[in-house]
Design a protein around this ligand. Structure first.
Ligand code: AMP
Length: 250
């Protein structure tokens, strides 16, 4: 079974995101970019399935500009067998990505797609669900634990207040949650090996996908600056301030 793992290039999670002065988006020029953390978890899970003999090949896919090759090389250095870049400079929204991924699935025929729960830049949490709908495949979102049993997949999901187990018939799409696993570190020898692994480049037109955005971003703005706090000498003063100033209690 082939496993397809979409990996998105996003602003590194350690970077303090700055909004562009014209309010059209966030600054990405001269900013450290990395693989979306949930996608690292997906790559790790796919590698574990291959190591356990449940998968035969792990294919990493990224959609976006040429620079996404760097993200794909990271996936290859982690252990993915080969990579596909769907190259475009267009702004990609989740529906467009899901359509591109469906086209890659049609070409590669994997038995499983492990998508990140959400991209930390747009926080959409949509692509995996849209992909599963477009393919007509079963889906297990926010996966906490995954086990393969023949043509079935047991997915333990993180839900409010606990865990839920769903059994999926494969082929399926799962989206990985934070506690699914701890992604492995990339070692220098593996970075060198990754340079020689195959990386195919496809174009949206060749896949027959129209990636034109369907949504318009009206404005992006920073959250209001937090006002400085005050220290109160005792509980009575605190209660008084909560009543008279903050007006959050009566
Ligand atoms: P989102 O729905 O935007 O929050 O993204 C959820 C997941 O979809 C990500 O964690 C990735 O696995 C996948 N994804 C989104 N955008 C891309 C992209 N441009 N290239 C590859 N995978 C993507």
């Amino acid at each position: 079974m082939k496993v397809l793992v979409p990996v998105k290039r996003v602003v590194d999670y350690n970077v303090k995101v700055r909004v562009k002065s014209d309010g059209t988006g966030v600054e990405t020029a001269n900013v450290k970019m990395s693989m979306n953390p949930f996608d690292e978890i997906s790559v790790e899970e796919a590698l574990k399935l291959r190591e356990a003999g449940a998968a035969t090949e792990v294919i990493a896919v990224s959609c976006g500009p040429t620079a996404c090759q760097e993200t794909l090389r990271t996936a290859l250095a982690m252990g993915a067998d080969r990579a596909i870049l769907v190259e475009t400079d267009a702004e990609l929204q989740p529906l467009a990505v899901a359509k591109l991924l469906k086209a890659v699935v049609d070409k590669e025929a994997p038995g499983l797609c492990i998508v990140g729960k959400q991209a930390i830049d747009d926080d959409c949490n949509q692509t995996g669900q849209m992909l599963s709908a477009l393919l007509g495949w079963s889906q297990g979102t926010s996966a906490y634990k995954v086990t393969v049993e023949g043509d079935k997949l047991n997915v333990v999901r993180e839900v409010d207040g606990g865990l839920e187990t769903v059994v999926l018939k494969m082929p399926a799409v799962i989206t990985s949650d934070l506690r699914l696993n701890q992604p492995r570190y990339v070692t220098l020898p593996n970075i060198m090996k990754a340079k020689k692994k195959p990386l195919e480049i496809l174009k949206p037109d060749a896949l027959g996908v129209d990636v034109a955005p369907r949504l318009v971003t009206l404005k992006v703005e920073e959250p209001p600056k937090r006002k400085g706090g005050v220290k109160v000498p005792d509980v009575q003063t605190l209660v008084l301030k909560l009543k008279t100033e903050a007006k959050v209690i009566e």
